[in-house]
Design a protein around this ligand. Structure first.
Ligand code: SF4
Ligand code: SF4
Length: 321
């Protein structure tokens, strides 16, 4: 195991210890869970908590985290990316239970949101998710979502020989399962108004450690599958990911491609999200993980630069007296 992986493990453990300590000190005010969100929507103005010092600290912590995520993305810095994921799991996941959920899509359908003045951090996260998706694509999935971060770190730490790749024909079809689930669950909610269905279609409740036996069993099966099939839930089943994938069609700043990408397979093989097919990148599947973009910029690996160097050397040789 490399030193970097050990450092990663130590960072995860450190974050868990720090977050657990903060959690313990905060016993009088438990973090906002997905179930709490629904309750908040129902609360009237008089009983809702005020935007106090705690709200301000939450907001500042969220802004600091989002800044780290954006800096890691813009700088294409792998160490910062993994640091962002560790913080996503510890802070956004276990400490705050602050993830975009299908419950929020339900709220959008009913145009029913928590009161702004009492939930500023929540609004900032939602706004960031939408704006960053329109600007760059599924950045939220790539490094903000605690569950996505968890499965990506699993993929980084587990031996690659355990991986099973789906055959391309199955992969091409399986990615549509999440869109079928999106339509099915939203249809179910429209008819029944039962938003508790989220417990069975997404695993985000795990960060609040509040599940029934059935839910924990389903989660265990999901995580075991993820050991063998990279980012299994995110790629094939996540309803939020499907929604963000649809929104990604509006992405303004996509990933650049070279002419040589038509034949080269280096990035296609490196993409752990199956988002590259030949010369095309599927914006709905890409989570802006940086892997291919780092490869594009690598002048010693990417054929684009190697051919450019060769052509330049030939030109210079032909000009030589
Ligand atoms: S696909 Fe779903 S679980 Fe995966 S990172 Fe995106 S929102 Fe999170
Ligand atoms: S490797 Fe490239 S195409 Fe694949 S998810 Fe990462 S950024 Fe997107």
């Amino acid at each position: 195991m490399t030193i970097r992986v050990w450092l990663l493990i130590k960072s995860v453990l450190l974050c868990f210890v720090v977050s657990s300590a903060a959690f313990a000190q905060d016993g009088a005010a438990p973090p906002l869970s997905l179930a709490d969100l629904d309750a908040l929507i129902e609360q009237d103005n008089e009983t809702a908590p005020t935007f106090d010092q705690r709200g301000l600290i939450d907001l500042l912590a969220l802004i600091a985290f989002l800044t780290l995520a954006v800096v890691s993305f813009l700088k294409k810095n792998t160490t910062l990316k993994y640091a962002t994921m560790v913080v996503a799991i510890a802070y956004m996941g276990f400490m705050k239970g602050n993830l975009v959920s299908v419950v929020h899509i339900f709220a959008l359908m009913e145009w029913s949101f928590p009161l702004f003045q009492y939930n500023v951090a929540w609004y900032v996260l939602m706004l960031f998710t939408v704006v960053s998706t329109v600007l760059w694509g599924r950045l939220y999935c790539g490094r903000i979502c605690a569950f996505g971060s968890l499965t990506q770190l699993m993929d980084r730490l587990l031996p690659s020989r355990w991986r099973v790749e789906l055959p391309p024909w199955l992969e091409r079809r399986a990615i549509y399962v999440k869109y079928v689930l999106l339509v099915g669950v939203l249809g179910y909610f429209l008819v029944t108004k039962d938003n508790s269905v989220y417990k069975y279609v997404e695993p985000f409740w795990m960060f609040t450690l509040s599940g029934s036996t059935v839910m924990w069993t389903l989660l265990a099966a999901l995580l075991v599958t993820t050991i063998f099939i990279r980012n299994f839930y995110c790629r094939y089943l996540c309803i939020v990911g499907a929604g963000l994938g649809l929104l990604s069609n509006l992405t303004i700043f996509g990933i650049k491609r070279w002419q040589q990408c038509n034949t080269c397979k280096i990035c296609e093989n490196a993409c752990e999200w199956g988002a590259i097919q030949g010369p095309k990148i599927s914006v709905t599947e890409c989570v802006r993980c940086d892997d291919c973009e780092i490869l594009y910029d690598d002048e010693d690996k990417c054929p684009h630069w190697l051919m450019l160097k060769k052509t330049t050397a030939k030109l210079e040789a032909s000009k030589a007296p």
